[in-house]
Design a protein around this ligand. Sequence first.
Ligand code: SF4
Length: 380
Amino acid sequence: MSALYLHIPFCLSKCPYCDFYSCEPKPGDIDRYVDALCIDLRTSRAAYDDEGFSAPFTSVFFGGGTPSLLSASQVARLLEMAAEVYGFASDVEITLEANPGTVTVESLSGYRTAGVNRLSLGVQSFDDAQLKWLGRQHDSSQALRAIDAARRAGFDRLSIDLMFSLPNQTLAQLQHQCQYVEQLSPEHLSIYGLTIEDETLFAQQQQNKMWQMPDDEQYRQAFLLLDDRLTSLGYSHYEISNYAKSGHGCRHNVGYWQRQSYLGVGAGAHSFIGHEYGERWACENSIESYLASISAGVSPRAKIEGFDRQQAMFETVYLMLRCRDGIDDVVFQCRYGQSFASAFAVAIEQCGPYLTCDNDRWRLDVDGWLLYNYLIENFL
Ligand code: SF4
């Protein structure tokens, strides 16, 4: 299995909590960038073969940034190029991230016709005051219109991003968000607690004590409320921050957590080569330097990390303990020549009752996920 990630680093404005690299596009910027992505897709093929990727792609993900700033014809062009050069599996999952204020039934129908079969909408909240505070470009009625438009355009694999652990967000407000989920019934949900990243506007505001983040106990109550409400609505809490109805887990992200190979194309995009113990590569991380490399005929990609056995074992543990499926010790032993139980006997002991084994499968429970950052230190 291998996957393709296309990075679209353009946004209409900067959200005050976001530390991702993104730019506001000027006329012609997106066209030039799509031209470069097409060249990169074509010229990377030789390296892709050498590195032992296994074509065809089983998933494709347009992430950003705001990929819904691309027109349907730009998306179609990229997909045609990727399909021609690498091939797609017959059941390929093709996801596009979209912001609610940037889509219409027409644009979404265009993406659908181009081959996109899964839509991930960055709703973040159905509460107007929260959306305003988060600096989002859309309000709740636009979010609802976008969801309706997605359904009318034929998307039957819809994911919604929401945020929790916002200052002053009450449990009653969170319950209200769950009521929207119940009514709208998306197939998938990604729900992240707000984190304050260095060098963002929110980091400054927090330093100036303009507001206060929820404490650990408030975070715990919110996390458990979401787990309880959403699992009772039939969602599987299949990864710390992700919920899905049966059969609707995000194949692309599951591939990341399982350390499967993927090719990343675009400014700042990472690639992972899963042979031996793994290597990570990254493209030039500014649009200008990425375009300059492509136009000079030079690869925009450089190796940033090579894993030895110990590092690969730790990364496997770090990624798989986030998942409900946990670590299959038979697979772990095949891959690393040593069982998880013997390689990490001391750490397992330190995790106490949060980490359990059933039929050779090691899992953290929901309370363990709440202590994830602390427990995972045991494995370092
Ligand atoms: S839309 Fe997304 S990527 Fe763009 S600035 Fe906001 S949070 Fe960051």
